[in-house]
Write a protein of this length. Structure first.
Length: 92
């Protein structure tokens, strides 16, 4: 039996979008609907490649606290690491 890899992607609430734009230290889409289209395409692509994709909704406040604790930039690399750690907690 083949084991599929779980891939977590950061997911945002629309109500948090302005805060995400304010705190992010990398480029993100200007509008939530633009981000949602791109994120949905990315999720679909990963699923077609055989991954089990988990959308992990994260909040700006918790992410900023995590970045401070781990001395990380508030960017896509850190969001990916943060989501990965959250998934490990859920699946352990």
């Amino acid at each position: 039996m083949e084991t599929k890899t779980i891939y977590g992607i950061a997911w945002f609430n629309e109500s948090d979008w302005e805060e995400w734009k304010r705190i992010s230290q990398d480029e993100i889409e200007d509008r939530y609907d633009e981000w949602l289209i791109e994120a949905s395409r990315g999720k679909e692509k990963l699923e077609k490649e055989g991954f089990i994709v988990k959308q992990v909704t994260i909040t700006p406040a918790n992410f900023v606290a995590w970045c401070k604790k781990h001395n990380r930039r508030r960017d896509s690399s850190s969001r990916t690491q943060y989501v990965s750690e959250l998934l490990e907690i859920v699946h352990s």
